[in-house]
Design a protein around this ligand. Structure first.
Ligand code: SF4
Ligand code: SF4
Ligand code: SF4
Length: 245
């Protein structure tokens, strides 16, 4: 039931992507910044950062349209991605981009205004047929790696939003804030590996359960592992981080 709700939500979000895509735009935040304007995507990235302190990367597992698009691709291609190097690639995109945004705002003389609908037409991103010239290549950037290479490859290696949430989560853990997280009971685990196969982020869930530490920066808190585990060895919880070490 939980997964039916999640999959429906994330799929609806994907179908709404033509409406919402500019609110995730790494480009409009720069164009707005030149005039000192806080755009919708600026607000979105800030919200992702703040929410991740208490909800981790649940946005990625339950809401993100690009996550929904990639989960749909997993019906055709289930090849997992188990390379930590692939996870690092996105930071080489994110770090210079964030530094560039900071510089642009400094050059603009700071924040001059806020326009959440910046670049949209009455709040809609793809309001005219010609806007599909922007939409389709971005969708291809998300979908093609997932279809022809590995599950959620865009999330692992390209996404400019994920680092905000990884950072928020790390800060929350450092400050010992309570947060949505997975809890493991390693004594219940039978090492059936169903959770490893079900994880959309290709994480070594069974190893995490055996260690008793479910913290992983790539976990999107989708709960697929909690749903497939018949032994109740992994479940959702809310609280501070605990480890067996
Ligand atoms: S990593 Fe990026 S693309 Fe993937 S679900 Fe999260 S926000 Fe969306
Ligand atoms: S699905 Fe449950 S029992 Fe099976 S390996 Fe994962 S945690 Fe262990
Ligand atoms: S570890 Fe579990 S909750 Fe985290 S991404 Fe994998 S399946 Fe989803």
């Amino acid at each position: 039931m939980k997964q039916k709700v999640r999959r429906s939500l994330i799929l609806i979000s994907f179908f709404l992507f033509p409406v919402t895509i500019f609110y995730f735009s790494p480009y409009l935040i720069i164009i707005g910044g030149i005039g000192g304007i806080i755009t919708g995507s600026f607000i979105m990235f800030a919200a992702q950062f703040v929410l991740s302190i208490f909800l981790g990367r649940a946005f990625c597992g339950w809401v993100c349209p690009a996550g929904g698009a990639q989960d749909a691709c997993a019906i055709a291609n289930k090849k997992p991605l188990r390379s930590k190097k692939a996870d690092w690639a996105k930071y080489f995109i994110w770090a210079p981009w964030v530094a560039g945004i900071a510089l642009i705002f400094i050059r603009a003389g700071g924040v001059k205004g806020i326009d959440p609908l910046f670049g949209t037409e009455y709040g809609i991103s793809v309001a005219r047929p010609e806007a599909y010239i922007i939409y389709i290549p971005i969708l291809a950037l998300v979908v093609v790696p997932a279809l022809f290479f590995r599950k959620r490859l865009f999330c692992h290696s390209i996404c400019w939003m994920a680092p905000f949430m990884v950072l928020g989560r790390k800060i929350g853990n450092l400050l010992r804030f309570p947060s949505l997280r997975l809890r493991a009971d390693s004594k219940r685990c039978t090492a059936c590996l169903s959770c490893d196969n079900a994880c959309p982020m290709s994480l070594p869930v069974s190893e995490m359960v055996a260690r008793g530490d479910m913290e992983n920066p790539e976990c999107v808190l989708c709960g697929e592992c909690t749903s497939v585990c018949r032994c109740n060895a992994v479940r959702f919880g809310f609280g501070r981080r605990k480890t067996n070490r």
